[in-house]
Every structure is written in structure tokens, then in C-alpha cells.
Design a protein around this ligand. Sequence first.
Ligand code: ZN
Ligand code: ZN
Length: 371
Amino acid sequence: MKTGRNDPCWCGSGRKYKKCHLDRETQPPTKASDWIATKKTQFSKKTCMVPTGMKAACEGKIISAHSISKSANLKPLSEGGHVLGLSASLSDLIETKGKIVPRPIGVGQASTFLGFCAKHDRELFSCIENEEFSARNDQLHSLAFRSLCREYYGKQAVDFMPNMIADMDKGKSNDDQFMTQAMSLLNRTGIESSKNDFKKAYNELGKALELREFKSLESLVIYFDEKLPFAFSSAWAPLRLLDGSDLQDGSDLQHECEVVMFATAQSTNGTYICINWRKDGAKVGQAIARSLLNYPEESQLSVLLQFVFQHADNIFFQRRWFEALSVKKRKQIDKLIHDGIDFFGSTPDAHIIPDMRLHPATPKNVAYVNW
Ligand SMILES: [Zn+2]
Ligand SMILES: [Zn+2]
């Protein structure tokens, strides 16, 4: 059957065939500069990510909000005002042929996103920005909410990805066009499904924040009595435990996955690593926590750090620490960073190496909060 010029296009874009895939093989290919411009626009969207009920109280401009506190967490890691980080712009990626290379980022920029108004950024995170961190319930909640908001903001921003992929077949053969559209659809379904996982966690944490009722989270809090040379704040739905065994089924897009939030917080004399999850997601969160605590004490920090490198890009570290690592250790980090982001799946699954010490610190104290 032949598609008529005015029929809906076979690709599912909703446009007429003549306005979409007709003669696509002769259309000029999309330029990288168009993608860069689109991505830039998407990540420049300004919004205050407080729950709807609090929006009326927004005040001041939407600011470039830190998702990791600048003074307490980033500054101590910095040298000459810079930390090393993984966030790469699309133009960086094109320059490095898709490779993510740790690069210096100013502490003013590191971890920021346009996700809060001046007032809410100041008020909601005051308990972690201006008070000594001691893993109180309100502090854990603020920390987790901020990790979650940054990732959820990113999930909404990458909405452009499927459209971008759908346009990659301009100037290509019919076979390539079918392949590209299938890939775009898969990408769109994946993004939608993941957004829903985040939405559930976001709604619940937002509501708790509105009611100032901070018991909806369970946490594993690990305290080290020294300043660790890295800081991170992230959230993702872990599909596997730290030892690589299966945890949640991510391939079934109807199945809702549970999101877990990971963040560090410095105190005057030490560093806390906090893993937080919804009480309703206790099965997943507790399994992650236990799979970490199963390792001998001296391995726990290194195993967790490898896990974070594998899943999060919102991680920053001290140049001195990174450069002192052996080539073998840096290679392992590189492998973990690139695991799972390769579009065509040609990167083999990276595994955590339990006895590879990225840092010698052992936990001073481990607390199970609200379990
Ligand atoms: Zn089409
Ligand atoms: Zn606001």
C-alpha cells in the first residue's frame, strides 16, 4: 500500500506525508549545530520546581540554583575556583567524539540548573545550606528533594531527544529511515516511562515539603570522619544491585520503577553519604542499602563511588585526588562513566570491581533512618 501525499505519515509524527517523509532521502541532513541550539534552549527553560500549591509564593527571578551546595561542598574540593566534573555540553561531546572527559568547572556553575526562584532556593534548602549537617529528617528531605528536582528537570528537558533522532534520517535511504524512526519511538517511550517514575517520587516529596512533614523517606546515612574529595547529588531508578544482580525490570515499560536518591553532605569535620528512598519503595531502597553493606567496610566507599560514576553525571571531585589515581583506576572510572550511554549499545556492561580502592576511608558510623 502506498501512502498518499495527504495521508498521515507512516512515522507517526502526526504530520501529513508530504510535509514529513515524502522525498526525505533528498532532504539536507540535520546539522549538529541545530541540535546544539535545541538542547541549549531546552536546558535554558526557567521554572520553579516547588509543588503547585507553593507556586503563588514564588518571589524573585529564577536563578541558576546549585544542586550541591557551593560553600559547604564544592568550595572545599576546588583548586583555583574549579572542581573536576563530567557535565559535557553537546558541542564538547562532538569535539571529543562522544567521549565524556573530566573537565574543570567553576564552582559557581558546577551542579546548577534553572529550577528554583530566588526565594525558594534560599528557603527550602536553608537547613542544609546554613545549618550544620547532622542528617536530621528535614535535612535529608531537602537533600533528596534537590537531587530529585535536578534529575526531573533534566528528564523534562530531554523531551527534544526523540524529535532530534527522528530528524536524523534526512538524506538517508528508506531502510535507514525505518530504522531511525523505530529508534526514535523507542527513545520516546523510554523517556516517557522514566518521567513517570520520577513524577511519582517528585509528587510525594513535594507534598511532604508543603506540609513540612518529613517522615516519608527512609535513608541509609553513612558518616566518614574526614572530608572526602568528591561531592554528588543524583537520583535514578536502579535496575541492578551493586553486585550486578537484578533488582527492577526496566525493560517492561508498563512497570513503574522506584527512584532512589544519592547525595553527599559535608559537615565541619566529616562527610555524610545519604541514600534516600520513599517509604513505599522500601523494597528497592533497602535492597540497594543492603547490597552496599554486604561488602567489607574497607570496600564500601569505593564500591558506592563506582556505582555513582556508573549512573550519575552530577558528580564533582578534587583534581588532586583524581590525578593521583593509578591509570588502571582511572580507566575503570572511564569505563563506568561510558557504560549505558552508548547509543548503539556497543559498550559492554561495566562492572564494579569490589577490591579496587578509589579512596581508603572506612565508615565511622552507619545509621538506618526511619526503617
Ligand atoms: Zn514522517
Ligand atoms: Zn519559587
